[in-house]
Design a protein around this ligand. Structure first.
Ligand SMILES: N[C@@H](CCC(=O)N[C@@H](CS)C(=O)NCC(=O)O)C(=O)O
Length: 246
C-alpha cells in the first residue's frame, strides 16, 4: 500500500509535501479532508490537528511539512532536499524555518478575513478537489468555517493589516534569497518547496498578485507551482489595508 498523505485541498504546506514526494518519486495516495473537520480528524489520527500528515507504508506517521521533508530525505536520498555543503544547508534550513513560521502562517492570516468578506470566491478554492461541494453550500459555509479558521489562526482585519504592512519586507527577503542562490535552484530544495506555495496562496488574491507577480519571487513561485486553486478578484482587500508603495 502506498503512503497516505492527509491534506486539505489547496493547503500550501500540503502542496510542499506533495511536491517533495513527487520529486523523490515516492508513491502516495492523497486523503482529502474537509476544511474545519480536518483539525478533529488529524488530532485523532496524528495527535496534532494540522495538515499535512503522512502515514508511510511501514505504518510510521509523521506530521508537519518540515518534519515530513526531513524524513523523506532519510527514506530516499536522491535528489536531496538539502545541500551537502554545511553553510548552504544552514541557509536553506533557515529560509525553510522562516517560510514555515512567518510566511506560511501570514498567508492564512491574510486569506481568511479576505475570504470572510468575499464568500462568493469560496468555490474557486475548491476547484480540482476530490470532494467538490456545490457552490451554494461552499458560500454558505464560509461564515461558519471562516470564524473557526480565524480563531485557529489568530487572525482578524487588524492582524491582516499588520501582515500586509510587513509584506514588502518579506518579498525583498525572498528576492534576496533568490539572488544569493539560497532559493531558486534546480531541483528545488526544502526551502523552495516551503516558501513558494505560500506566495502562490497570497497570489490567489488579485490585489496581492499585482504586488508580488511582477517581482522575481512572483515569477519563481508561478514557475514552481503553476496550478494553485483559488481566486479573489481585485478589490477584495480594502485599499487602505494594502501596503503603500509596494
Ligand atoms: N506549519 C505546520 C502546520 C500547517 C498548518 O497549520 N496547516 C493548516 C492548514 S494550511 C491546518 O491544518 N490548520 C488547522 C489548525 O490550525 O487547526 C506545517 O507546515 O505542517
Amino acid at each position: 500500500m502506498p503512503a497516505k498523505l492527509y491534506v486539505i485541498h489547496g493547503s500550501h504546506p500540503c502542496a510542499t509535501v506533495a511536491r517533495a514526494l513527487d520529486i523523490k518519486q515516492i508513491a502516495y495516495k492523497t486523503i482529502e479532508l474537509p476544511v474545519g473537520v480536518h483539525a478533529g480528524v488529524m488530532g485523532i489520527l496524528f495527535g496534532r490537528r494540522t495538515v499535512p500528515g503522512i502515514r508511510f507504508e511501514s505504518g510510521e506517521k509523521v506530521s508537519g511539512s518540515r518534519a515530513i521533508l526531513r524524513r523523506l530525505d532519510e527514506l530516499a536520498a536522491e535528489p536531496p532536499l538539502l545541500p551537502a555543503d554545511a553553510a548552504a544547508r544552514a541557509r536553506v534550513l533557515e529560509a525553510e524555518r522562516w517560510g514555515d513560521h512567518v510566511l506560511q502562517a501570514a498567508a492564512r492570516r491574510i486569506l481568511w478575513p479576505t475570504l470572510m468578506a468575499n464568500p462568493s470566491a469560496a468555490p474557486s478554492f475548491s476547484e480540482g478537489a476530490k470532494l467538490p461541494l456545490p457552490a451554494p453550500v461552499l458560500k454558505a459555509a464560509v461564515p461558519v468555517i471562516g470564524r473557526l479558521e480565524q480563531r485557529l489562526n489568530k487572525t482578524s482585519d487588524a492582524a491582516r493589516a499588520a501582515d500586509l504592512q510587513a509584506l514588502p519586507g518579506w518579498l525583498q527577503q525572498i528576492d534576496d534569497w533568490l539572488a544569493d542562490g539560497t532559493l531558486g535552484g534546480d531541483p528545488p530544495n526544502a526551502a523552495d518547496l516551503q516558501v513558494a506555495p505560500s506566495l502562490k496562496l497570497l497570489m490567489t488574491m488579485e490585489d496581492l498578485r499585482a504586488i508580488i507577480g511582477p517581482r522575481p519571487c512572483g515569477a519563481w513561485a508561478d514557475r514552481l507551482f503553476p496550478g494553485s486553486p483559488g481566486h479573489l478578484p481585485a478589490g477584495s482587500i480594502p485599499a487602505q489595508a494594502l501596503p503603500l508603495g509596494a
